[in-house]
Design a protein around this ligand. Structure first.
Ligand SMILES: Cc1cc2nc3c(=O)[nH]c(=O)nc-3n(C[C@H](O)[C@H](O)[C@H](O)COP(=O)(O)OP(=O)(O)OC[C@H]3O[C@@H](n4cnc5c(N)ncnc54)[C@H](O)[C@@H]3O)c2cc1C
Length: 386
């Protein structure tokens, strides 16, 4: 699919793809099996500026536009969804810090996040708060010049490795968000392993027992956690996962094209059999449709179009859904080889399932999109046309 990319966007996308081919794709299977992303790769991501992609230039980040940000996540997502997951949660932490941290915390933390000196993560989910994010039970109480946090967060991507966490808790004033250092007294980290997909994303459970967080590490204001900090931060996560899903779709199609060109059955390549051609066509249509939805979401974010949040919901909903379907077809068309770890199809399939679940399951996104339709989303889509 040829997006109408400007010359600079095209050059950057090619650079992201070259980085992925050299440093990520050849190792993705091994990292998946070892359930680990090496420090050397994290350093390289920092050196190339990829960890500061959405950090403003005045805080020593790249300040890239949304399309460039998306293209980065597509290229890396085609190589390894666990590395894309690192970019996802780190980018969410960068956004929350840039947008909601106090000035002094922002000045201390943001340049270090931008270069990868610090890694950020996002801690919302709990045993009782999954899709129902309002139901967080982690309690935050103010005491003098700090807050005491008590509760447990789970499924925290890169929780084993992150240096700072965006943490959501409950106060009398309402949901409230904090930026919490890894070495905060009272915070302990329990690694989680053996998940179905994105197995190298180093998940953890975070236990807070009278964890003392300095008052200036509040994000936004007390009671701002859900409607402001969470909404805008989740939007970055969804945008990243949507583009990462396009990467999965591209990788699945590439794998299948290669295999069906070379594998012969009944005296001719699989790709020449008409029923196989139908699968190839459907995969291509899904790839192109998902990429266009992501492109639309990027354009509307950069134009600050009020509908951009819903454009991102649509992109995440459909791209992750198509990625799961296409990865399923990829395993299918590779036959027995699709079941082996030597080929990327089975990893793509497992990772695509995770992409559907995280940052809003399909059902939750369907409900949110339907609500936006009631509120007038999509009206005037032909504005400006003849
Ligand atoms: C690999 C991985 C990484 C993750 N990383 C992070 C992270 O970094 N930070 C973080 O905070 N969380 C993280 N999560 C958690 C993730 O955000 C949640 O798994 C997700 O929000 C779904 O919540 P749940 O698992 O509790 O499922 P539930 O909310 O219990 O949902 C279970 C099923 O019920 C459906 N359902 C729920 N409510 C409704 C409804 N009202 N109507 C119809 N259907 C409904 C859902 O769609 C789903 O199919 C991660 C999860 C995974 C698997």
């Amino acid at each position: 699919m040829r997006l109408p990319l400007s010359e600079p966007h095209l050059r950057q996308f090619q650079a992201f793809q070259a980085f992925t081919s050299q440093h990520i794709t050849p190792h993705a299977g091994a990292w998946d099996r070892a359930q680990y992303i090496p420090e050397s790769l994290i350093s390289l991501l920092g050196q190339h500026g990829y960890l500061g992609a959405n950090v403003p230039e005045q805080s020593v980040g790249q300040g890239w536009d949304s399309l460039t940000y998306g293209l980065l996540h597509e290229a890396i997502g085609a190589g390894c969804s666990s590395v894309r997951s690192l970019l996802t949660v780190h980018g969410m932490a960068c956004h929350a810090t840039a947008r909601w941290a106090t000035r002094s915390v922002r000045e201390q933390v943001l340049p270090r996040l931008a270069c990868g000196d610090l890694i950020g993560a996002f801690a919302l989910s709990e045993a009782t708060a999954g899709s129902d994010a309002q139901n967080v039970q982690l309690m935050a109480t103010r005491q003098d010049n700090h807050y005491l946090l008590n509760g447990t967060k789970q499924w925290i991507t890169f929780g084993q490795r992150a240096d700072v966490f965006v943490v959501f808790g409950r106060m009398q004033q309402g949901h409230t968000a904090f930026l919490v250092d890894r070495d905060t007294p009272g915070l302990s980290i329990e690694p989680l392993s053996d998940l179905l997909g994105t197995r190298a994303s180093m998940l953890a459970r975070l236990h807070f027992q009278d964890a003392r967080v300095p008052a200036e590490h509040l994000l936004g204001r007390e009671g701002f956690g859900h409607h402001y900090v969470l909404t805008s931060t989740l939007d970055w996560g969804r945008f990243s996962v949507a583009w990462g899903s396009v990467g999965i779709l591209q990788a699945a199609l590439d794998t299948v094209l290669e295999h069906t060109r070379t594998r012969e059955q009944y005296g001719s390549p699989l790709a020449s059999h008409q029923l196989v051609q139908r699968h190839l066509t459907e995969m291509a249509v899904k790839l192109h449709s998902a990429r266009l939805l992501c492109y639309q979401a990027a354009l509307s974010r950069d134009r600050r179009d009020p509908q951009h949040l819903t454009d991102t919901l649509l992109a995440k909903y459909q791209a992750s859904n198509f990625a799961a379907e296409a990865a399923h077809t990829a395993v299918h068309l590779l036959g027995a080889k699709g079941c082996l770890p030597d080929f990327p199809a089975e990893r793509l399939w497992r990772d695509a399932k995770v992409a559907e679940i995280i940052e809003g399951t399909p059902e939750i996104l369907q409900m949110q999109i339907a609500r936006q339709l009631q509120d007038g989303y999509g009206q005037g889509i032909f504005e400006g046309a003849l």
